[in-house]
Ligand binder design. Sequence first.
Ligand code: SAM
Length: 273
Amino acid sequence: MEPRCGIMKQNKKLGQCFLKDKNIVKKAVDAADINKNDIVLEIGLGKGILTKELAKNAKKVYVIELDRRLEPFAEEVIAEHLNVDVIWNDALKVNLNELNFNKIVANLPYQISSPITFKFLKMDFDVAVLMYQYEFAKRMVAKEGTKEYGRLSVAVQYYANVEFICKVPPSAFSPKPKVDSAIVKITKKEPNELFHLEDEEFFENVVRALFQHKNKTVKKALINSSHEINLNRDELKDILNNLNNLKFNLNERVFKLNIKKIAELSNLLYELK
Ligand code: SAM
């Protein structure tokens, strides 16, 4: 029987759509290939449906949960599984480096999808299997030349290989969200797989500048967003003339540039500025 916690109203602001479809839970755990050597990080306990499945298969599970009203569910999980540690905090504020996990599996609260994903990408881990809103997931895995390709695709795929596992309908959750969801598998790239960057922060600024105008040419996008890379327009025009001489095609549309090309552009701009 489910533990009772008063008349708990699920909080939409905390993304509290809990999984109820056990096949989807299994799909996520299988995609992460959880075994008894794994230390897993989960964000958002909810009623513990995913936590229990992880605990059965892993050596240890850390689950971070913000909403203390879910304590009765935490107690039930801990009573059944001694290898679960619940951390009552905001996942965005926890120093994740202090938890030595190697895998991440979570049905994410969608309002923190973007910041928590970027937090993960700066860390070392083997694999992350995460549930996102469908549209967000499509943007994460999008390739150059498609309409979903954007800043998120480049920022994620620079650091990781991403695989779309499956679409998940609203009926898999309670209460039903208004939108579809999807499971994505993220595998961090090895250092030798990453394109060389002269400066990581500058690359991130160039990506932001470019994708503010993703349908424009590279030249127009950079000129329109020169402030993002801390250059005034005249300085930038000189640099772009030099780039032209180096045969970098400035007339290409931004959304057609692959990550290698963007890294090359960022490095050239960094050297010429
Ligand atoms: N894992 C459960 C499941 O699959 O049913 C719950 C998933 S539910 C989509 C997201 C959970 O994250 C909720 O329990 C919510 O309270 C919690 N949450 C929301 N924001 C959070 C934050 N910033 N840090 C930690 N947990 C958070």
